[in-house]
Design a binder for this molecule. Structure first.
Ligand SMILES: [Zn+2]
Length: 203
C-alpha cells in the first residue's frame, strides 16, 4: 500500500497488486461548504457520500458497491458510515472517505486538531490534551497523542518544529489573517488537516 500524493478533495491512497493491477483506491469527499465551519459541513453531508467520476477513466462510471463503517472518533462522531463504489468501465474499486477521516485511523482530524491546540498552544499535559470524544471509552491515551504528533514532526528536541509552527499559527489566527489551501481555510478545527496536506512541503 503506497501513498501517491494527496491533494485536497480528490486523492488517493492506492494499492497495487504485484502484477501492477490497481486493486483499491481511496478518494476523499470534498467539503461542500466547509470553509467557515468544517465540523458542521462534515456532520451534515460528509459521510456516506459517493463520487461518480472515475479518475482512471475520467467518466461518470462509478456505481455503488456497498457500505461499511469506520471509526472516526471526535466530539460529534464515533463510527461513521462510508460508501464503496466500483467503476463499471475499468473495474477499479473505490472507498469514499470524508476529508477529516484518514484511512486506517480511528480518530478524526478534528480530534487531532483539538489535541494539537491543547498540547502545543494551551500547554496542557499529554494526559489532559486528549480530545473530547462522543464515546467515553475511546479517550485517547498519551501514547496515541505522541504518535499523532510524531507523525508530523520528529525534530529534536521533541516536537520543536511543531511547537514553533503552532506558535506562528496561533499568532496568524489571533491577528485574524486568512490562510487558505484551495477551498480549505486554516482554523483551529482544520489545523490537523492543513498540516497533513502541507507538511511534506516543509523545508
Ligand atoms: Zn474507471
Amino acid at each position: 500500500m503506497g501513498r501517491r500524493g494527496l491533494r485536497f478533495g480528490f486523492q488517493i491512497w492506492a494499492g497495487h497488486a504485484l502484477s501492477g493491477v490497481l486493486i483499491a483506491t481511496i478518494l476523499f469527499i470534498p467539503l461542500s461548504n466547509g470553509e467557515s465551519n468544517p465540523e458542521n459541513a462534515w456532520a451534515a453531508d460528509g459521510t456516506a457520500v459517493m463520487l461518480r467520476r472515475c479518475p482512471v477513466c475520467d467518466l461518470d462510471s462509478i456505481i455503488g458497491h456497498g457500505r461499511r463503517r469506520k471509526q472516526a472518533h471526535d466530539e460529534r462522531h464515533d463510527w461513521i458510515e462510508i460508501r464503496r463504489g466500483i467503476c463499471n468501465c475499468c473495474g477499479t474499486t473505490f472507498t469514499f472517505l470524508p476529508a477529516f477521516s484518514l484511512p486506517y485511523t480511528h480518530y478524526s482530524l478534528l480530534a487531532r486538531s483539538q489535541a494539537l491546540r491543547l498540547y502545543f498552544v494551551d500547554r496542557c499535559s499529554l494526559e489532559s490534551a486528549a480530545p473530547t470524544v462522543m464515546d467515553p471509552c475511546r479517550v485517547a491515551d498519551p501514547s496515541t497523542l505522541r504518535r499523532w504528533f510524531r507523525s508530523l514532526d520528529c525534530s529534536q528536541p521533541s516536537f520543536s518544529f511543531l511547537r514553533q509552527t503552532l506558535a506562528a499559527v496561533a499568532q496568524c489566527l489571533a491577528r485574524g489573517e486568512i490562510i487558505r489551501h484551495g477551498a480549505l481555510r486554516l482554523s483551529w478545527s482544520t489545523l490537523a488537516l492543513f498540516l497533513q496536506l502541507l507538511w511534506p512541503l516543509r523545508l
